[in-house]
Design a protein around this ligand. Structure first.
Ligand SMILES: *Cc1c(COP(=O)(O)O)cnc(C)c1O
Length: 379
C-alpha cells in the first residue's frame, strides 16, 4: 500500500517555502557568514521576542539547551533533578551527563508532570525541576512554580514541544530560569538539521551559555573562562529558522484546526481517548496529536495497511532500557501510556483530506474487529 497520509512531509514543506529558504541560504553563503554572525543574532532577538524573554541563545540541539541550562545553574554531581519519565530521552540524558541524578515522577491525564507527585519526590539533595510541556501543551505551571519557590528549586522548562503554547497568557519557555527548545526538523519550528535555543531573563545565564557553546571563550576578550564545548547554532540554520519563525503563528493555527477536525471525526469512537484537555488556562499548539487507543499495536498495523503513517512515543518506559541505569517505582500512568499512545499525522502539511482518510481507517478497524464490551467500557 502506498503511503497516502505521511506522518510528516519535509519535501512539500520545503517546496512551499522554497523561494524564501533558498534566498536566505544563498545570502549567507555568498556573504561567507557561516559561524556566529549577524543572522544568528537577529534570529535570537526575534525568538526571544516571540517567547517573551530578554535573551535567547542558539545552540546545536535541544539536548544541549537542557545540558547547558543545568550547568549554567551550577547543577552537577551530588544534585538531584526531578522530571517526568514520560519524555524524550534527551531530557533525562542531559541531567545524567551534567553529573546529576534524575528523579522520575508520573504524569497526569494530559501527559504532563503531575504537580501532586512533586513534593514527595523532593529530598535535601533536590536542586531543580524540569517540567516537560509535552505534545504542545504547557504544564500546570502555577503549582510547579509555587512548590519550586517554597523549596528554593530552580525551574528549567523543557519546552521543545511547546513553542507558542500558552499558560495564563504566557508562553512556554518564559516561566523558569531557562526555557529549552529544539529545532529538530519535525518540531513546530524545524531547522535544516539539528539546532536548539535557551530562552532566559537572566543575563548571567545567557552569558554563561554563550561561552559554553563556544569552547568557554568570551569572543570580545578572547579569554577562556572554562572548558566548554563546540555547540553553536549554525548561522545558515539560524537564517532559515528566522524565515520560518514568521510563519509559526499561522502553522499553529493550522495545527489547532487539524486537531479540531480529528476531534469532530473521532469523538464517537469509544475505544479512543482524544488529546483535548481543559483549555481554560492553557492554549495548546498540538506539536503532536496523541490518542490513547485500545489494541494500539493492531490499530497501528491496520493504519499502516491503509497507507497511514503513525508513530508511538514511547513504547516502553525509559527505566526499562536497562543500559540507562534509571530506577523508578510505581509510575502507573507512564506504564499505561506506553501501551496506549499513538501519534497521528500532524504537521503544517496535514490536510482536511488526510484527516478524513485517517478517521475512516480508524473507524474501519474498530467496526471490523469489535473489542469485548467490558474493555470498551473501561476505555
Ligand atoms: C525534541 C525534544 C528534545 C530535544 O531534542 P534534540 O533532538 O536534542 O533537539 C528534548 N525534549 C523533548 C521533550 C523533545 O521532544
Amino acid at each position: 500500500m502506498i503511503c497516502r497520509v505521511p506522518f510528516v512531509d519535509p519535501k512539500s514543506h520545503y517546496r512551499r517555502l522554497k523561494a524564501e529558504i533558498d534566498s536566505a541560504i544563498l545570502d549567507c553563503l555568498s556573504r561567507g557568514d557561516l559561524i556566529d554572525r549577524e543572522d544568528l543574532r537577529a534570529f535570537e532577538e526575534h525568538f526571544a521576542a516571540f517567547v517573551g524573554t530578554r535573551h535567547a541563545v542558539g545552540v546545536n540541539s535541544g539536548y544541549h539547551a537542557l545540558q547547558f541550562s543545568l550547568q549554567a545553574a551550577s547543577i552537577g554531581a551530588g544534585d538531584e533533578v526531578i522530571t517526568v519519565a514520560h519524555t524524550f530521552v534527551a531530557t533525562v540524558s542531559a541531567i545524567v551527563n551534567a553529573g546529576a541524578r534524575p528523579v522520575l515522577i508520573d504524569v497526569s491525564d494530559d501527559f504532563n508532570l503531575d504537580p501532586r507527585a512533586l513534593e514527595e519526590a523532593i529530598t535535601r539533595r533536590t536542586r531543580a525541576i524540569i517540567p516537560v510541556s509535552l505534545n504542545g501543551r504547557v504544564c500546570d505551571m502555577q503549582p510547579i512554580l509555587q512548590i519550586a519557590a517554597r523549596h528554593n528549586l530552580v525551574v528549567i522548562e523543557d519546552a521543545a514541544q511547546a513553542l507558542g503554547a500558552e499558560y495564563l497568557g504566557q508562553r512556554a519557555g518564559s516561566f523558569g530560569l531557562a526555557g529549552c527548545f529544539s529545532f529538530y526538523p519535525f518540531k513546530i519550528l524545524g531547522g535544516i538539521g539539528d539546532g536548539g535555543v535557551v530562552t532566559t531573563n537572566d543575563a548571567g545565564v545567557a552569558q554563561a551559555i554563550r561561552r559554553m557553546r563556544y569552547n568557554g571563550e568570551d569572543r570580545s576578550t578572547g579569554e577562556f573562562h572554562f572548558h566548554g564545548e563546540t555547540s553553536l547554532l549554525d548561522n545558515v540554520n539560524a537564517a532559515v529558522l528566522d524565515v520560518k519563525l514568521k510563519h509559526v503563528e499561522e502553522w499553529i493555527g493550522h495545527r489547532r484546526k487539524i486537531a479540531g477536525l480529528y476531534r469532530e471525526k473521532l469523538a464517537g469512537i469509544p475505544q479512543l481517548r482524544l488529546p483535548h484537555f481543559d483549555e481554560s488556562q492553557q492554549k495548546d499548539v498540538f506539536q503532536n496529536y496523541v490518542i490513547r487507543a485500545q489494541d494500539r499495536d493492531a490499530l497501528q498495523r491496520h493504519l499502516q495497511s491503509c497507507g497511514v503513517e503513525t508513530l508511538v512515543h514511547w513504547r516502553k518506559p525509559l527505566w526499562r532500557h536497562s543500559a540507562l541505569g534509571l530506577t523508578s517505582t510505581g509510575l502507573h500512568k507512564t506504564e499505561a501510556l506506553c501501551c496506549e499512545v499513538l501519534s497521528l499525522p500532524m504537521s503544517a502539511e496535514t490536510t482536511e483530506q488526510h484527516v478524513a482518510i485517517v478517521a475512516d481507517s480508524i473507524q474501519s478497524f474498530y467496526s471490523s474487529s469489535p473489542v469485548p464490551l467490558a474493555r470498551a467500557a473501561a476505555g
